[in-house]
Design a protein around this ligand. Sequence first.
Ligand code: SF4
Length: 328
Amino acid sequence: MPYAFATYQDASDLADFIAQKRHDVLNAKINRYPKRAFTCSDIHECDRYMIHSILDWDKRELHDAGLQAIFDAGNKEEENVKNRIGYELGLEFIETQSPFEIKNRAGEVIASGKIDGKILWNGKAVPVEIKSMNENSFNQINSLEDFKKKPLYRKYLRQMQLYLYGNNQEAGLFIISNFRTEKLILVTLDYGECESIISRLERLWEMKKAGTYPTAEYKPELCDRCPFSSICLADVINHPADFINNEELEEHLMRRDELEPLVKEYKDLDEEIKATFKQIPHAFVGTSFEIIGKEQSRKSVDAKAMPEDLRKQYERETTFWITKIKRI
Ligand code: SF4
Protein backbone atom coordinates (compact mmCIF):
# COMPACT_ATOMS: atom_id res chain seq x y z
CA MET A 1 0.00 0.00 0.00
CA PRO A 2 1.51 3.34 -1.01
CA TYR A 3 2.17 5.76 1.86
CA ALA A 4 0.81 9.31 1.89
CA PHE A 5 3.24 12.14 1.05
CA ALA A 6 4.76 13.82 4.12
CA THR A 7 4.25 17.54 4.59
CA TYR A 8 6.74 20.09 5.91
CA GLN A 9 4.92 19.86 9.25
CA ASP A 10 5.31 16.05 9.35
CA ALA A 11 9.08 16.31 8.82
CA SER A 12 9.36 19.05 11.40
CA ASP A 13 7.30 17.09 13.98
CA LEU A 14 9.44 14.00 13.37
CA ALA A 15 12.63 16.01 13.94
CA ASP A 16 11.25 17.36 17.24
CA PHE A 17 10.15 13.87 18.30
CA ILE A 18 13.57 12.33 17.60
CA ALA A 19 15.48 15.12 19.35
CA GLN A 20 13.27 14.95 22.46
CA LYS A 21 13.16 11.13 22.65
CA ARG A 22 16.89 10.83 22.16
CA HIS A 23 17.46 13.31 24.95
CA ASP A 24 15.06 11.38 27.22
CA VAL A 25 16.71 8.03 26.43
CA LEU A 26 20.19 9.42 27.20
CA ASN A 27 18.98 11.12 30.40
CA ALA A 28 17.37 7.89 31.62
CA LYS A 29 20.80 6.21 31.58
CA ILE A 30 22.48 8.87 33.73
CA ASN A 31 22.78 7.75 37.32
CA ARG A 32 25.11 7.43 40.27
CA TYR A 33 25.92 4.27 42.22
CA PRO A 34 27.30 3.59 45.69
CA LYS A 35 30.95 2.67 45.87
CA ARG A 36 32.55 0.45 48.51
CA ALA A 37 36.11 0.60 47.19
CA PHE A 38 38.15 2.69 44.77
CA THR A 39 37.58 2.04 41.06
CA CYS A 40 40.68 0.99 39.12
CA SER A 41 39.57 2.90 36.02
CA ASP A 42 39.08 6.06 38.08
CA ILE A 43 42.29 6.47 40.08
CA HIS A 44 42.19 10.25 39.98
CA GLU A 45 45.22 12.49 40.52
CA CYS A 46 43.49 14.34 43.34
CA ASP A 47 43.56 12.56 46.73
CA ARG A 48 40.51 14.47 47.87
CA TYR A 49 38.51 13.33 44.82
CA MET A 50 39.30 9.73 45.75
CA ILE A 51 37.77 10.16 49.22
CA HIS A 52 34.73 12.04 47.84
CA SER A 53 34.23 9.28 45.27
CA ILE A 54 33.36 6.80 48.04
CA LEU A 55 32.08 8.88 50.96
CA ASP A 56 30.06 11.28 48.80
CA TRP A 57 29.08 9.09 45.85
CA ASP A 58 25.46 10.30 46.25
CA LYS A 59 26.50 13.95 45.87
CA ARG A 60 28.47 13.44 42.68
CA GLU A 61 27.31 15.91 40.02
CA LEU A 62 25.59 13.98 37.25
CA HIS A 63 27.03 14.29 33.76
CA ASP A 64 24.89 15.61 30.91
CA ALA A 65 23.23 13.89 27.94
CA GLY A 66 26.09 14.92 25.62
CA LEU A 67 28.66 13.08 27.73
CA GLN A 68 26.33 10.09 28.06
CA ALA A 69 26.17 9.94 24.24
CA ILE A 70 30.00 9.82 24.19
CA PHE A 71 30.02 6.98 26.77
CA ASP A 72 27.44 5.08 24.72
CA ALA A 73 29.49 5.54 21.55
CA GLY A 74 32.59 4.28 23.42
CA ASN A 75 30.77 1.14 24.59
CA LYS A 76 29.47 0.48 21.10
CA GLU A 77 32.93 1.03 19.68
CA GLU A 78 34.36 -1.54 22.08
CA GLU A 79 32.08 -4.10 20.45
CA ASN A 80 33.01 -2.87 16.96
CA VAL A 81 36.73 -3.23 17.74
CA LYS A 82 36.17 -6.73 19.07
CA ASN A 83 34.42 -7.53 15.80
CA ARG A 84 37.09 -5.98 13.61
CA ILE A 85 39.94 -7.67 15.48
CA GLY A 86 38.19 -10.79 16.65
CA TYR A 87 35.71 -11.91 14.04
CA GLU A 88 37.44 -10.42 10.97
CA LEU A 89 40.99 -11.49 11.92
CA GLY A 90 39.99 -14.84 13.36
CA LEU A 91 41.19 -13.99 16.90
CA GLU A 92 39.20 -15.03 19.93
CA PHE A 93 38.30 -12.59 22.72
CA ILE A 94 37.80 -14.31 26.06
CA GLU A 95 37.02 -13.31 29.64
CA THR A 96 35.44 -10.05 28.50
CA GLN A 97 34.77 -7.54 31.27
CA SER A 98 36.47 -9.85 33.77
CA PRO A 99 36.54 -8.29 37.25
CA PHE A 100 39.63 -8.00 39.44
CA GLU A 101 40.37 -6.72 42.93
CA ILE A 102 43.27 -5.11 44.73
CA LYS A 103 43.61 -5.91 48.44
CA ASN A 104 45.65 -4.21 51.14
CA ARG A 105 47.93 -5.99 53.61
CA ALA A 106 44.95 -6.63 55.90
CA GLY A 107 43.16 -8.44 53.07
CA GLU A 108 40.53 -5.70 52.57
CA VAL A 109 39.41 -5.02 49.00
CA ILE A 110 40.54 -1.44 48.47
CA ALA A 111 40.01 -1.23 44.71
CA SER A 112 38.13 -3.15 42.07
CA GLY A 113 38.00 -2.97 38.33
CA LYS A 114 37.42 -4.68 35.02
CA ILE A 115 39.46 -5.23 31.94
CA ASP A 116 37.83 -5.31 28.50
CA GLY A 117 39.05 -8.83 27.79
CA LYS A 118 41.88 -11.07 26.65
CA ILE A 119 42.86 -12.27 23.20
CA LEU A 120 43.84 -15.90 22.83
CA TRP A 121 47.25 -16.05 21.18
CA ASN A 122 49.18 -19.30 20.76
CA GLY A 123 47.30 -20.85 23.66
CA LYS A 124 47.96 -17.85 25.94
CA ALA A 125 45.61 -15.06 26.97
CA VAL A 126 46.88 -11.51 26.37
CA PRO A 127 44.97 -8.82 28.36
CA VAL A 128 43.61 -5.93 26.29
CA GLU A 129 41.94 -2.66 27.14
CA ILE A 130 40.07 -0.82 24.37
CA LYS A 131 39.89 2.98 24.44
CA SER A 132 38.05 4.97 21.80
CA MET A 133 38.82 8.64 21.27
CA ASN A 134 38.34 11.50 18.82
CA GLU A 135 40.69 12.00 15.88
CA ASN A 136 42.81 14.69 17.57
CA SER A 137 43.46 12.61 20.67
CA PHE A 138 44.04 9.51 18.56
CA ASN A 139 46.72 11.31 16.56
CA GLN A 140 48.47 12.45 19.73
CA ILE A 141 48.92 8.95 21.15
CA ASN A 142 51.65 6.91 19.56
CA SER A 143 53.51 5.49 22.54
CA LEU A 144 53.14 4.84 26.25
CA GLU A 145 54.96 8.12 26.91
CA ASP A 146 52.09 9.95 25.18
CA PHE A 147 49.66 8.48 27.73
CA LYS A 148 51.46 10.47 30.41
CA LYS A 149 50.48 13.84 28.93
CA LYS A 150 46.91 14.19 30.16
CA PRO A 151 45.13 13.35 33.43
CA LEU A 152 42.58 11.14 31.61
CA TYR A 153 45.22 9.07 29.80
CA ARG A 154 47.28 8.73 32.99
CA LYS A 155 44.18 7.13 34.53
CA TYR A 156 44.24 4.56 31.71
CA LEU A 157 47.85 3.72 32.56
CA ARG A 158 47.08 3.24 36.24
CA GLN A 159 44.11 1.03 35.38
CA MET A 160 46.23 -1.21 33.15
CA GLN A 161 49.11 -1.41 35.63
CA LEU A 162 46.71 -2.41 38.42
CA TYR A 163 45.16 -5.03 36.21
CA LEU A 164 48.54 -6.53 35.28
CA TYR A 165 49.62 -6.47 38.92
CA GLY A 166 46.35 -7.87 40.27
CA ASN A 167 46.43 -10.74 37.78
CA ASN A 168 50.13 -11.44 37.79
CA GLN A 169 50.46 -10.69 34.08
CA GLU A 170 53.69 -9.52 32.51
CA ALA A 171 52.22 -7.46 29.67
CA GLY A 172 49.06 -6.36 27.94
CA LEU A 173 47.85 -4.23 25.04
CA PHE A 174 46.02 -0.96 24.74
CA ILE A 175 43.90 -0.95 21.61
CA ILE A 176 43.00 2.65 20.84
CA SER A 177 40.42 3.44 18.23
CA ASN A 178 39.31 6.56 16.36
CA PHE A 179 36.06 4.77 15.44
CA ARG A 180 37.55 3.61 12.15
CA THR A 181 40.94 2.09 12.76
CA GLU A 182 43.17 1.05 15.66
CA LYS A 183 46.59 1.59 17.18
CA LEU A 184 48.16 -1.06 19.39
CA ILE A 185 50.32 -0.01 22.30
CA LEU A 186 52.20 -2.55 24.37
CA VAL A 187 52.24 -2.13 28.16
CA THR A 188 54.57 -4.06 30.45
CA LEU A 189 54.09 -4.50 34.18
CA ASP A 190 56.02 -1.83 36.08
CA TYR A 191 56.42 -3.01 39.69
CA GLY A 192 57.74 0.37 40.88
CA GLU A 193 54.72 2.18 39.46
CA CYS A 194 52.33 -0.42 40.90
CA GLU A 195 53.91 -0.18 44.36
CA SER A 196 53.49 3.57 44.29
CA ILE A 197 49.82 3.39 43.16
CA ILE A 198 49.00 0.73 45.74
CA SER A 199 50.72 2.46 48.65
CA ARG A 200 48.79 5.63 47.72
CA LEU A 201 45.52 3.64 47.66
CA GLU A 202 46.35 2.09 51.04
CA ARG A 203 46.98 5.52 52.54
CA LEU A 204 43.73 6.88 51.05
CA TRP A 205 41.82 3.80 52.21
CA GLU A 206 42.80 4.52 55.81
CA MET A 207 41.63 8.15 55.37
CA LYS A 208 38.35 6.92 53.93
CA LYS A 209 37.84 4.62 56.92
CA ALA A 210 38.54 7.50 59.29
CA GLY A 211 36.25 9.78 57.26
CA THR A 212 38.96 12.39 56.78
CA TYR A 213 39.60 14.41 53.63
CA PRO A 214 42.91 15.75 52.35
CA THR A 215 43.03 19.53 52.01
CA ALA A 216 41.52 20.78 48.74
CA GLU A 217 44.14 22.11 46.37
CA TYR A 218 42.66 23.99 43.43
CA LYS A 219 44.10 22.86 40.09
CA PRO A 220 42.09 24.16 37.12
CA GLU A 221 42.81 21.15 34.88
CA LEU A 222 41.33 18.83 37.55
CA CYS A 223 38.89 20.96 39.54
CA ASP A 224 37.08 22.70 36.67
CA ARG A 225 35.67 19.38 35.50
CA CYS A 226 35.42 17.69 38.86
CA PRO A 227 31.96 16.25 39.68
CA PHE A 228 32.61 16.96 43.38
CA SER A 229 33.62 20.60 42.98
CA SER A 230 30.28 21.88 44.31
CA ILE A 231 30.88 20.20 47.69
CA CYS A 232 34.68 20.34 47.69
CA LEU A 233 34.91 24.02 46.73
CA ALA A 234 31.65 24.92 48.44
CA ASP A 235 33.17 27.99 50.07
CA VAL A 236 33.94 29.37 46.64
CA ILE A 237 30.71 28.42 44.94
CA ASN A 238 28.16 29.02 47.72
CA HIS A 239 29.33 32.42 48.92
CA PRO A 240 26.53 35.02 48.59
CA ALA A 241 26.94 36.57 45.13
CA ASP A 242 27.54 40.19 44.17
CA PHE A 243 25.57 41.47 41.18
CA ILE A 244 27.62 43.48 38.72
CA ASN A 245 26.06 45.37 35.85
CA ASN A 246 28.86 46.01 33.44
CA GLU A 247 28.20 45.41 29.74
CA GLU A 248 31.84 45.49 28.73
CA LEU A 249 32.74 42.90 31.36
CA GLU A 250 29.84 40.71 30.25
CA GLU A 251 30.96 41.01 26.62
CA HIS A 252 34.48 39.98 27.61
CA LEU A 253 33.08 36.96 29.39
CA MET A 254 31.01 36.07 26.30
CA ARG A 255 34.06 36.38 24.08
CA ARG A 256 36.10 34.31 26.53
CA ASP A 257 33.43 31.61 26.27
CA GLU A 258 33.58 31.68 22.46
CA LEU A 259 37.36 31.39 22.48
CA GLU A 260 37.54 28.52 24.96
CA PRO A 261 37.03 25.67 22.43
CA LEU A 262 39.66 27.29 20.19
CA VAL A 263 42.20 27.21 23.00
CA LYS A 264 41.59 23.51 23.42
CA GLU A 265 41.89 22.94 19.67
CA TYR A 266 45.10 25.00 19.66
CA LYS A 267 46.58 22.96 22.53
CA ASP A 268 45.64 19.64 20.93
CA LEU A 269 47.07 20.68 17.55
CA ASP A 270 50.19 22.13 19.16
CA GLU A 271 50.83 18.83 20.99
CA GLU A 272 50.15 16.79 17.86
CA ILE A 273 52.49 18.88 15.71
CA LYS A 274 55.27 18.95 18.31
CA ALA A 275 54.99 15.17 18.68
CA THR A 276 55.45 14.86 14.90
CA PHE A 277 58.66 16.93 15.02
CA LYS A 278 60.18 15.24 18.08
CA GLN A 279 63.81 14.26 17.34
CA ILE A 280 63.82 16.35 14.11
CA PRO A 281 66.32 19.20 14.61
CA HIS A 282 65.47 21.25 11.53
CA ALA A 283 62.74 21.12 8.91
CA PHE A 284 60.78 23.28 6.52
CA VAL A 285 57.08 22.71 5.89
CA GLY A 286 56.11 24.02 2.47
CA THR A 287 57.24 27.58 2.01
CA SER A 288 55.59 28.97 5.13
CA PHE A 289 57.12 27.31 8.20
CA GLU A 290 60.55 26.54 9.55
CA ILE A 291 60.69 24.16 12.52
CA ILE A 292 63.72 24.07 14.81
CA GLY A 293 64.14 21.62 17.69
CA LYS A 294 66.84 20.55 20.11
CA GLU A 295 67.12 18.32 23.14
CA GLN A 296 67.42 20.05 26.49
CA SER A 297 67.70 18.75 30.01
CA ARG A 298 66.86 20.31 33.32
CA LYS A 299 67.15 19.23 36.93
CA SER A 300 64.18 19.14 39.28
CA VAL A 301 63.41 17.73 42.71
CA ASP A 302 60.89 14.92 42.74
CA ALA A 303 59.04 15.93 45.94
CA LYS A 304 56.74 12.92 45.72
CA ALA A 305 59.71 10.55 45.98
CA MET A 306 60.87 12.17 49.26
CA PRO A 307 60.08 10.42 52.55
CA GLU A 308 56.93 11.95 54.07
CA ASP A 309 58.69 13.35 57.18
CA LEU A 310 61.37 15.05 55.09
CA ARG A 311 58.78 16.53 52.73
CA LYS A 312 56.82 17.89 55.71
CA GLN A 313 59.88 19.87 56.87
CA TYR A 314 59.77 21.88 53.64
CA GLU A 315 56.01 22.36 53.46
CA ARG A 316 54.84 25.94 53.67
CA GLU A 317 51.38 27.37 53.42
CA THR A 318 50.60 29.86 50.68
CA THR A 319 47.28 31.55 50.03
CA PHE A 320 45.79 31.97 46.59
CA TRP A 321 42.53 33.06 45.04
CA ILE A 322 40.34 30.69 43.04
CA THR A 323 38.17 32.06 40.22
CA LYS A 324 35.68 29.62 38.68
CA ILE A 325 33.74 30.96 35.70
CA LYS A 326 30.49 29.16 34.90
CA ARG A 327 28.01 30.07 32.15
CA ILE A 328 24.45 30.30 33.54
S1 SF4 B 1 37.37 20.04 43.17
FE1 SF4 B 1 39.57 19.80 42.86
S2 SF4 B 1 40.42 19.54 44.91
FE2 SF4 B 1 38.22 19.13 45.04
S3 SF4 B 1 38.02 16.94 44.78
FE3 SF4 B 1 37.75 17.86 42.79
S4 SF4 B 1 39.78 17.80 41.86
FE4 SF4 B 1 40.05 17.50 44.06
